[in-house]
Design a protein around this ligand. Structure first.
Ligand SMILES: *Cc1c(COP(=O)(O)O)cnc(C)c1O
Length: 384
């Protein structure tokens, strides 16, 4: 059992916010992606602590669903995952980091995604594991221009490696820049370049698609798809009706109810209320990852405010979000409808994660990965 500070929370009665992480929904989303990607295999991307949800319960759930390939960004994440899943194939996106890191990769049986000629020669230099040539993955660059071997470097390496047999590339991958915009010409161009380069490594498994790529389907599926956000309930293609189940519910505890007269003000910067108002004060704020950009300080008509959900109704945020507190206008629920101790849904089944992300000008990925450490986290798993 790997324990983390997050799982050591003293209990829900002491927390300002609760996170309910529905592992059944995660399992459902994995099965749905498998259905969509068939016959391709579905790997699990669990970098950044499984997008903030907790790598241990997430990785175990995916393993139970038959997931055997996992991707992380950093070697340290890979070492943590190795303790959780002794048998998994663990790929590390961000490359080898240096000759010193190679031994750590070897010890934890991590498979580096080699991104540059330097990565290639460092892994070659690290050598063999007894009689076994250490496996590696290759990232070939096709247009996003972040990580990956250029086409020339990939060709040169393929030629040399055919002679020396120094490395055993078991997976060759690239990453799409515009997969979230169906029909974007960039994706077709990247696919064409990838097909050419993957031919250099005929024995390797091929992989292009992230979550959005799974929904592009067809030739984008290759042998293995690499979804992250779709597993966690984010909508990979904005505007698409999402077939994925929400996985995370974030709840804020109501600490106090205030009654204000029209013209009085709330919060830092003194935002005026425009009518006699009932305000619920929630015990979470931007330190919990409810971004300050969700504040509403202008007139109600100025922009669509962020909404939360309580007792069957959507209620808007009002005033500035502070570190530990957020104010909600619950006037429309009427007198005595909301009481201290009630929980307000910040996002979850009633308020889509993507709606809240849009309201503060970001994406679901950032909202999940910035969830704070103070929540009481509850993992729900009925099936097993
Ligand atoms: C994070 C990442 C993924 C997963 O992307 P999602 O959009 O979350 O599905 C896949 N491939 C690479 C290279 C990544 O960095």
């Amino acid at each position: 059992m790997v324990t983390t500070a997050l799982t050591d929370h003293p209990g829900p009665h002491l927390a300002g916010g609760h996170l309910i992480i529905d592992l059944d929904a995660l399992a459902h989303n994995y099965r749905l992606l498998k259905e969509r990607a068939r016959p391709a295999d579905v790997a699990g991307v669990v970098k950044a602590n499984a997008y903030g949800l907790g790598i241990e319960p997430v990785a175990r759930t995916l393993w139970e669903e038959g997931c055997r390939r996992f991707f992380v960004a950093l070697p340290h994440e890979g070492i943590v995952l190795r303790q959780i899943l002794p048998e998994a194939d663990i790929f590390v996106f961000n490359g080898l980091f240096g000759a010193e890191a190679a031994a750590a990769y070897g010890a934890a049986r991590l498979i580096p995604v080699l991104n540059s000629p330097t990565d290639l020669s460092m892994w070659e230099a690290y050598g063999w594991d007894g009689d076994v040539r250490r496996p590696c993955a290759l990232h070939v660059e096709t247009g996003i221009n972040r990580l990956g071997l250029t086409a020339d470097h990939a060709r040169q390496f393929a030629e040399e490696n055919a002679l020396t047999g120094a490395l055993t590339p078991i997976l060759v991958m690239t990453h799409l820049a515009c997969a979230d915009v169906p029909g974007h010409p960039m994706s077709a161009a990247q696919l064409a370049r990838f097909r050419e380069l993957r031919r250099l490594f005929p024995d390797a498994t091929a992989s292009i698609a992230n979550s959005a790529g799974v929904f592009l389907g067809g030739d984008y599926l290759c042998d293995v798809v690499r979804p992250g956000i779709a597993l966690y309930g984010g909508n990979p293609i904005s505007g698409m009706e999402s077939p994925l189940r929400p996985v995370v519910t974030a709840l804020s505890r109501v600490a106090q109810i205030r009654h204000l007269n029209a013209g009085e003000t709330v919060g830092y910067g003194a935002t005026p209320v425009h009518r006699d108002s009932i305000i619920a004060v929630g015990s979470t704020g931007y330190a919990d990852g409810y971004h300050r950009a969700l504040s509403r300080t202008g007139s109600p008509a100025e922009r669509i405010p962020a909404h939360s959900f309580i007792h069957g109704r959507r209620v808007p945020v009002i005033g500035r979000i502070s570190m530990d507190l957020t104010l909600f206008d619950v006037t429309d629920l009427g007198e005595n409808a909301v009481a201290p101790g009630d929980m307000i849904e910040l996002f979850g089944p009633n308020i889509p994660l993507d709606e809240v992300a849009n309201a503060c000008g970001t994406i679901s990925y950032e909202l999940l990965t910035s969830l704070g450490q103070r929540y009481y986290r509850e993992y729900v798993r009925k099936q097993s």
